[in-house]
Design a binder for this molecule. Structure first.
Ligand SMILES: NC(=O)c1ccc[n+]([C@@H]2O[C@H](COP(=O)([O-])OP(=O)(O)OC[C@H]3O[C@@H](n4cnc5c(N)ncnc54)[C@H](OP(=O)(O)O)[C@@H]3O)[C@@H](O)[C@H]2O)c1
Length: 361
């Protein structure tokens, strides 16, 4: 048998898993839990989970990892958290492609992304804290991906709507982003799509929170900080090296409620009502509506906040928790390229993570 044929025969005999993709999952919350469900579907048959962790415990035992009750069990069982042994189980997998999936919002873990990439692990993330954080972190990320390790970031913006991939494709063709505008938060989209002045904003906010459309502490949404992080991620991917201090952020949380505990904040939601009712009435009198928009102009000026837009504006015609990203580029110039759709939700976000992992094959 020739050397080439012998090699092919050996490859055919080798278990597919050894040359495949091995993963560890950090975070088994809403998104991580949805990803674990997807990992049990045929779409993920070629992938091997070799570790999973929440903030306190982790599991690297293959039988336990295959258990459909893994997420629940991790709440009370498993080894104490230790990144070193999770990475060791990736190394011991013998897989050709080793992936760390970050489904947390933990800044400490995000700060390690560049180090992991530099060591040759691929990172797939829903965690925005590095790419949407301080500029040196973004720069470290760029340097760390120069050696071929890949950074899967589809889940960080629009819960996997094809925004970053489209932008990169356009840039690859020599196109350039000129301006960006849109609604980047599912919860703020819902709140202002619904708010018509017929009920107090606080009542709507309580309802949205009950439906799971906001974070348990809605200030995470209302502060605009999450939208600002998404704006930074898109802008940086488009070549605007913006610092966090270069995004003007309008918070909807009154000053007096910014530092109180969650319970106190929730008991004083009515303090949001009067200023928003006044702005709504003014907008309505001019035939406009309020939308929480992110904007980046041609000079790199970035702003996130509440804006009055005319009823004919694309953002005035959004539904539910839809996100919208309007990209004006050198080639999409007279009309922007608009990407719109559900920009939140565990299944679509988990699917974005899975898609980024599968793209490494
Ligand atoms: N929910 C959505 O629709 C959505 C959409 C797009 C993007 N995202 C992003 O996805 C990420 C996860 O969101 P989520 O809604 O799933 O949050 P979540 O339900 O609060 O879950 C977060 C998970 O991270 C774990 N965690 C925290 N620190 C950790 C650490 N050091 N090591 C390992 N695990 C750690 C938590 O562990 P414990 O259980 O022990 O606390 C929890 O399991 C966030 O960055 C979020 O912004 C979410």
């Amino acid at each position: 048998m020739s050397a080439v044929l012998a090699e092919a025969a050996d490859a055919a005999k080798a278990p597919a898993a050894v040359s495949g993709i091995a993963m560890v999952l950090l975070g088994t919350g809403v998104v991580g839990g949805a990803l674990l469900k997807l990992l049990n579907t045929p779409a993920a048959a070629s992938l091997r989970l070799v570790g999973a962790a929440n903030s306190r415990r982790q599991q690297t035992d293959s039988a336990q990892l295959a258990d459909r009750g893994l997420r629940e069990k991790l709440k009370t069982q498993g080894d104490p958290r230790n990144d070193v042994s999770l990475l060791a189980s990736l190394d011991a997998s013998g897989a050709a492609v080793k992936v760390i999936i970050d489904a947390t919002a933990n800044a400490g873990l995000a700060a390690r992304h560049a180090e992991w990439l530099a060591k040759g692990y691929h990172v797939v993330t829903a965690n925005k804290a590095l790419a949407g954080g301080e500029l040196p972190g973004w720069r470290a990320l760029q340097a760390a991906t120069a050696n071929g390790a890949r950074y899967g970031d589809a889940a960080t913006v629009g819960a996997g709507l094809p925004v970053l991939s489209t932008l990169r494709r356009l840039r690859g063709c020599g196109d350039a982003l000129l301006t960006l505008e849109g609604v980047f938060s599912g919860s703020l989209s819902y709140l202002f799509n619904q708010y018509d002045g017929s009920q107090p904003f606080s009542a709507l906010l309580r309802e949205a929170r009950k439906l799971g459309y906001t974070e348990p502490d809605p200030r995470s949404d209302l502060s605009g900080e999450d939208v600002a992080r998404k704006l930074l991620i898109i802008a940086r991917n488009a070549g605007f090296a913006l610092g966090t201090d270069e995004v003007e952020v309008e918070s909807l949380v009154p000053e007096a409620l910014r530092d109180v505990d969650t319970e106190t904040f929730l008991s004083r939601l009515e303090e949001l009502d009067a200023p928003l009712a006044a702005r709504h009435a003014e907008a309505k009198a001019r035939g406009g509506v309020l939308r929480f928009l992110a904007r980046l102009n041609q000079r790199g000026r970035a702003r996130v906040g509440l804006v009055e837009v005319p009823a004919t504006h694309p953002a005035a015609r959004l539904y539910g928790t839809d996100n919208q990203f309007a990209l004006t580029t050198t080639r999409y110039h007279s009309q922007p390229l608009v990407i719109q759709g559900p920009g939140a939700g565990p299944e679509v976000t988990a699917q974005a993570l899975l898609g980024d992992v599968l793209a490494l094959a």
